[in-house]
Write a new protein. Structure first.
Length: 527
């Protein structure tokens, strides 16, 4: 029985000192998988009208070959940038970096040249592996133009690149630097969260472990591999489970539905925007699917969406909370009552310390009170790469990572995320959490997606603005939605500004760019 839990000292959760933690390297685990069950399919992907496959033995061989080639151009500790859409070569590059003791820097395929130049200056990679972006546009020309004298190769050709075949590989330990995970950069310039092999591997382990992932599971998810949901939760989580990772070059709702059928996928999920797109797709079967488990992860998962997922996939839904800096903070369990899955992000992992603190004083708040969520976890980053000041602002002297998210604990140890601290809407001294407004609006039958933001107001400081995407074939007016909200929320939380949109401005990882969205309200608010 776990010894983790609330301490009786307010909103403070202490870890179980006996909770299992991964202590091996990624290379050692891949070799173990290849030795114990080398014929099992490690990856599968769409290839023409059929499927391509790679076993664990084949993946190990490909990773060792790629690692030897990398070490002809770089030394352990150097960085390798990967810039391309999801592919089995991307996964092999990640494995190869782990085996060579190199650090993989995952670049967002949507970046501009300005953003790539920032990443180049920050991480100084010795090798760049580029391919096409999610639209199919080749990135090689841009990569070569920006790279200077760095080695640039096509990621799609990784299997053909050869180093010295008898070159011995190093033996990087679990504390070797491994992955630079760039933050999504919804505000400011992107920072690179540096994960060690053990923090990344534990991030994958804690993501799949409590959900019961097994070797006969097929994990299908369209999360981009430049996002921690892909490179850590999927690549490494599936490796820990010993299962099969079904790859998608890019997220496409219709293709995900087809791949569920073609691969026999047993588990899937994504961020809310992805799941909504699948559920709303005309090819989604009326009878739904029978899955073993569904996962969803974001700080703003609307309650009605989780209810729809449970009904449509006939499987328990794990609502997971984490971020690039700490991939696994809390997660609901399959044994949790449905009402807790739809209301909370579960209890913290037994390996984690978690507390909620007053933003102004840093003191732990009481049960039920809202403050900033802080965590100490075997999954948390080592720090921001080459950004000591930013690291010191995020990880304090006692090792607590300050998430920037608002939340609260209940008396049973369930954690509730109330939104980003910087996204809190303060109207006339009243704090309004966007997720509360969004959750209510998602209950309206015509609303397919919603994002609430603060809109500057000369009298109140801010008013609530709601951007709405209506479900296909359905209609609703601002007046109708206003009445719907006012029946369910206090008057000061009701949106005063409305926008009906076809799509939200998004990051490549599926998050709404709320700063950009808020700017869309300003002309209407001014008039």
């Amino acid at each position: 029985m776990s010894k983790a839990g609330l301490t009786g000292e307010g909103a403070l959760w202490r870890r179980d000192p006996d909770a299992p933690v991964m202590t091996c390297s990624i290379a050692a685990l891949l070799r173990q998988r290849a030795m114990e069950d080398g014929g099992r399919v490690a990856m599968t992907w769409r290839e023409g009208e059929g499927l391509g496959r790679m076993t664990y033995s084949e993946a190990l061989q490909a990773a060792e070959t790629a690692a030897r080639w990398m070490l002809t151009h770089a030394e352990p500790g150097d960085r390798v940038a990967v810039w391309g859409r999801n592919s089995w070569q991307w996964v092999i590059a990640e494995y190869a970096c782990a085996m060579a003791g190199l650090v993989i820097a995952s670049w967002n395929t949507s970046w501009t040249d300005y953003e790539v130049t920032h990443a180049l200056g920050l991480t100084e990679p010795k090798i760049i592996l580029a391919e096409a972006d999610t639209r199919g546009v080749d990135l090689m020309e841009r990569a070569r133009a920006l790279a200077g004298d760095r080695v640039v190769e096509n990621l799609a050709d990784l299997a053909t690149l050869r180093g010295a075949p008898d070159r011995p590989l190093p033996d990087p330990g679990p504390d070797a630097p491994f992955l630079i995970q760039f933050t999504s950069g919804t505000t400011g310039r992107a920072k690179g969260a540096l994960h060690l092999q053990r923090t990344a591997l534990n991030g994958g382990a804690l993501r799949v472990g409590d959900g019961g992932g097994a070797p006969d599971d097929v994990f299908l998810n369209g999360a981009p591999l430049h996002h921690m949901g892909g490179s850590i939760s999927l690549v490494l989580g599936v490796l820990v489970a010993g299962g099969t990772y079904a790859l998608m070059g890019r997220f496409d709702a219709g293709e995900l539905i087809r791949l569920i059928k073609d691969t026999g996928a047993t588990r899937t999920g994504g961020v809310p925007t992805m799941v909504i797109a699948v559920l709303e797709h005309p090819d989604f079967p009326k009878e739904g699917f029978q899955m073993r488990g569904m996962g969803i992860g974001a700080a703003d998962v609307p309650t009605p969406l989780i209810q729809r997922m449970i009904e449509a996939f006939r499987a328990p839904v794990a609502n997971t909370y984490g971020q690039s800096e700490c991939p696994m903070i809390s997660k609901t369990s399959p044994s949790d009552p449905v009402e807790m899955v739809v209301r909370s992000v579960g209890r913290p992992a037994p390996q984690n310390d978690v507390k909620v603190v007053d933003i102004a004083t840093g003191k732990t708040v009481g049960i039920g009170e809202v403050g900033e969520i802080c965590a100490r976890s075997p999954t948390q980053m080592h720090g921001y790469f080459n950004m000591p000041e930013a690291t010191a602002q995020t990880i304090d002297a006692e090792g607590w990572l300050h998430t920037g998210d608002l939340g609260s604990f209940d008396a049973e140890g369930y954690l509730y995320v109330r939104g980003r601290a910087r996204e809190t809407i303060i109207r006339g001294g009243e704090n309004i959490y966007p997720i509360e407004v969004e959750t209510v609006l998602m209950q309206h039958p015509a609303v397919g997606a919603v994002a609430a933001v603060g809109v500057p107001d000369p009298k109140w400081g801010h008013q609530v603005g709601a951007a709405i995407i209506l479900r296909e074939g359905m209609t609703a007016t601002a007046e109708e939605l206003d009445a719907f909200v006012r029946e369910r929320l206090a008057h000061f939380k009701a949106p005063r500004h409305w926008l009906f949109m076809d799509a939200f401005p998004m990051t490549a990882s599926g998050k709404v760019r709320k700063v950009e969205l808020a700017e869309s309200f300003i002309p209407a608010a001014a008039s």
